[in-house]
Design a protein around this ligand. Structure first.
Ligand SMILES: Nc1ncnc2c1ncn2[C@@H]1O[C@H](COP(=O)(O)OP(=O)(O)OP(=O)(O)O)[C@@H](O)[C@H]1O
Length: 250
């Protein structure tokens, strides 16, 4: 078994995954460099969520390898994988999934408290992230009293508060209105770059994650296109127009 390249924080080779015999991933190979922000794009059902699940250790591929910093996830027992996910990885789903009984800041602080961070430090960090995401004034509200877009920002704050080595985000802006999407993506990208967090996110539309319309700066470093559970060799020209960061998918 060949070792993964040294400069890849995350490396997957020949991933296959099937649901009840129906293939979702068919031999995907992908390397992610440290501090890189990578967008995985593709049409509905192309395998984006499944790939994110395999890369993050949530799903075990039927075939293939996944390495994090030269540690093999695919041969790891479940408790070790769960520990690694808790300690080093962050996850943002397309639905916020907050604890309804806890306030916004308590939700954002939860992973820190579970990791043994003192309550005061966890509270400060949670408040700071809520402020950065422009929902500081919602800190004492419970999820039921928040808009869906505010709940998703709390989920983003919760994922960033632990400063994970790798943050996985499955269509993180899906519940947001168009106007909020860019702001949330910009915050995510800025936070990741300033805190050396590697990000792997999924998006149905590569152009949506490519550049910040306001500044022209690249939001992601690279786009990887999936079609029918396989890596596409290039994006259709229409998708790559005006999107320098994503003009080549591989
Ligand atoms: N839990 C499941 N049970 C059965 N089939 C599934 C399950 N999850 C995904 N699939 C199927 O696997 C394939 C890949 O799905 P996946 O969700 O990974 O794609 P996706 O690109 O993320 O799609 P979407 O944009 O709709 O979320 C699809 O054909 C989907 O129907």
């Amino acid at each position: 078994m060949a070792a993964p390249p040294d400069d890849d924080v995350l490396w997957a080779r020949g991933l296959h995954y099937a649901y009840d015999g129906s293939p979702a991933l068919q031999g995907v190979t992908l390397g992610i460099r440290e501090r890189e922000i990578v967008s995985i794009s593709g049409p509905r059902g192309s395998g984006k969520t499944t790939l994110l699940g395999c890369l993050s250790g949530r799903l075990l591929p039927a075939e293939g390898e996944v390495w994090f910093n030269s540690v093999p996830l695919h041969t790891m027992g479940r408790p070790a994988r769960e520990r690694l996910r808790r300690d080093r990885f962050g996850w943002i789903g397309s639905e916020p999934e907050l604890v309804p009984e806890l306030t916004a800041w308590e939700n954002a602080a939860l992973p820190l408290l579970l990791n043994g961070t003192r309550q005061r430090a966890a509270r400060t960090a949670a408040h700071e992230w809520l402020e950065r995401l422009d929902i500081g004034d919602c800190a004492r509200k419970r999820p039921a009293d928040l808009l869906q877009s505010q709940r998703q920002r709390v989920a983003i704050a919760r994922a960033l508060a632990t400063r994970p080595a790798v943050l996985f985000a499955d269509e993180p802006t899906a519940p947001l209105h168009q106007a909020d999407r860019l702001q949330a993506l910009r915050t995510l990208a800025t936070a990741a770059r300033s805190h050396d967090i590697t990000v792997v996110l999924t998006s149905p539309d590569p152009a949506a994650t490519a550049t910040d319309d306001a500044t022209g700066a690249a939001l992601v470093d690279r786009c990887v296109a999936l079609v029918d559970g396989r890596r596409a060799t290039s994006l259709p020209a229409a998708d790559s127009e005006g999107s320098a960061a994503c003009s080549l998918s591989v």
